[in-house]
Design a protein around this ligand. Structure first.
Ligand code: CMP
Length: 136
């Protein structure tokens, strides 16, 4: 069953730095995901640690938070049918080496850390992540 959802997408520092923002936005638009909110910001390491706190027990947590706060990012609210899962399909696997052809991470990702985009993994997390960036 299809339903209209919202999800959070982040274009990570590696992709912003390489001027890939418009190309990535166009992939969402072409695939009928509406960009309802968008902002370019740089967050602090503390804010990144809060954002990624579900990963706090992971060995890569510190590097992950340092990386997300290392440069400007673009945060977006995407809306469309089954947006949470559909965005994850458009992004491809976390590791660009394992991502399907024509997914964002396959096209632009450099490594598992510099994988160009983040997307919420569930409707509940999408609500929390949208709140984090857009409801102050
Ligand atoms: P993202 O979807 O933003 O969610 C958490 C991030 O941790 C993930 O993308 C990767 O960039 C990063 N990461 C680094 N190492 C790993 C790993 N071994 N497994 C999963 N994610 C990792």
């Amino acid at each position: 069953m299809s339903k209209i959802e919202q999800t959070l997408s982040i274009i990570k520092p590696d992709a912003v730095e390489r001027n890939l923002v418009d190309e990535i936005k166009n992939i969402f638009i072409k695939n009928n995901l509406k960009i309802k909110e968008i902002k370019k910001i740089q967050i602090s390491k503390d804010e990144a640690s809060e954002f990624y706190k579900v990963h706090q027990s992971k060995p890569f947590y510190n590097d992950l938070c340092a990386y997300l706060s290392s440069g400007p990012i673009v945060a977006m609210v995407l809306e469309g049918e089954n947006a949470v899962l559909f965005n994850r399909k458009l992004m491809g696997a976390t590791n660009p080496k394992e991502a399907d052809e024509n997914t964002i991470r396959k096209l632009y990702g450099i490594s598992i850390d510099k994988n160009s985009v983040h997307g919420s993994d569930s409707v509940d997390n999408a609500k929390k992540e949208i709140e984090f960036f857009f409801k102050n």
